[in-house]
Design a protein around this ligand. Structure first.
Ligand SMILES: [Zn+2]
Ligand SMILES: [Zn+2]
Length: 389
């Protein structure tokens, strides 16, 4: 097991990669320049098994160890940026107005490249490492697409690991917990169908604005009155639209919102109870509704054994005092969940220091974190695929 100073020699080069990626951000699946950069670097490290074009611009590269047979483990980094106008005058500020790496995926990519370089020249491990560079993490389900295109089977991956930087957590610290770690993300739409007409004659109309207002209030009781208080569920209405005028009651109104939970069964509850509540209220006023529910990311579940392996790797790097093994789960979602659903896996948070928060225009990945992320990946390989066994 190595400590962080063993990876300092890669820091300046990884910083150059990270800043280059930051300067040229790309969105969702359209990562042509990013994917070309990653592929060229992997090739320059002497890695000759590189598959490109998975989920459009995703890449998987295999590094075989020289210490005999063993399983193949997957290490995953995301590569996409966000549609945000960057507020910074650093020399590596985004050159494309309206796009920026505001979630640190530039850092994630640079750290996995750093680990790739290290592992390609230190092949004293068994089995193989599959480096997974994923497009479209920010809401476009690139992780799901890579799984659907068969990366787990094609590369024989038996376990999979993810990592994200965490603003507000000190550099050199890690945080993880077993079980549900990141929330599921679903979305819903409710169309309230009333009867429009003159605002001076409310008795002749069925007012979809009043009904939508009652529905919004009614939905608040699903969490507070109908679910176990010890189980996490969020139902948030985030859009309410009715296109009337001072003297016109509109025909329809629209409600939209999001459901987040750490309990997979509560997605079924939300999908059944949100329309039941909305329909009951609408029927009470003589109106009807149309309802749509879309499931996105599942709950990210950290498997017990893989979480222990991740903890061992992190403690080896930074010591037990710097690894929080019972960090609180988050209701935010992460499409690594699809990979952790396909194979047992673990997702860890790594300190990014006192930077702006994720998705903020002033956010920047902290280059001081690079050797920690690189070291974590390498230690994970040492932990799971050791020479001696
Ligand atoms: Zn993000
Ligand atoms: Zn992210």
């Amino acid at each position: 097991m190595k400590v962080v100073k063993d990876f300092r020699f890669l820091q300046s080069e990884a910083t150059e990669w990270r800043r280059y990626l930051h300067k040229y951000p790309e969105l969702d699946y359209r990562l042509e320049n990013t994917a070309r950069f990653v592929t060229e670097k992997l090739g320059s490290f002497g890695i000759n098994h590189i598959e490109t074009g998975i989920a459009d611009t995703g890449i998987v590269a295999l590094i075989h160890g020289e210490a005999g047979k063993g399983p193949t483990i997957g290490l995953r980094a995301d590569m996409d940026a966000l549609p945000i106008l960057e507020e910074s005058n650093k020399p590596w500020t985004s050159q494309t107005p309206g796009k920026m790496h505001a979630c640190g995926h530039d850092g994630h990519t640079a750290m996995l490249l750093g680990a790739a370089k290290y592992l390609a020249t230190h092949r004293n491990f068994r089995g193989a490492v599959a480096l997974i560079f994923q497009p479209a993490e920010e809401g476009a389900l690139g992780g799901q697409k890579m799984v659907e295109e068969g990366i787990m089977e094609q590369f024989g991956i038996s376990q999979v690991f993810g990592m994200h930087n965490e603003p507000g957590m000190e550099i050199g610290r890690f945080g993880i917990c077993k079980g549900p770690f990141m929330g599921a993300l679903d979305e819903f739409d409710i169309l309230v169908k009333g009867r429009g007409g003159h605002a001076a004659s409310p008795h002749l109309n069925i007012d979809p604005i009043v009904i939508a207002s009652q529905i919004v209030v009614g939905l608040q009781t699903l969490v507070s009155r109908s679910t176990d208080p010890l189980e996490s569920l969020v139902v948030s209405v985030t859009r309410l639209i009715a296109d009337g005028a001072y003297n016109i009651i509109p025909e329809r109104s629209e409600i939209a919102g999001t459901v987040r939970t750490l309990v997979p069964a509560l997605r079924d509850f939300a999908e059944q109870q949100i329309p039941a509540c909305a329909r009951g209220i609408a029927h009470g006023y003589g109106a009807d509704i149309e309802f749509r529910y879309r499931r996105h990311d599942p709950v990210t579940i950290n498997a017990a054994k893989e979480t222990d392996l991740a903890i061992t790797a992190a403690i080896g790097l930074v010591g037990a005092d710097a690894v929080d093994t019972q960090i609180k789960p988050s209701m935010g979602s992460e499409d690594f969940a699809y990979m952790a659903e396909a194979r047992p896996g673990a997702y860890i948070l790594m300190g990014n220091g006192a930077t702006a928060s994720l998705h903020h225009p002033a956010y920047d990945f902290n280059d001081e974190a690079l050797p920690y992320g690189i070291g974590y990946w390498v230690n994970l390989v040492d932990t799971i695929l050791p020479v001696a066994c």
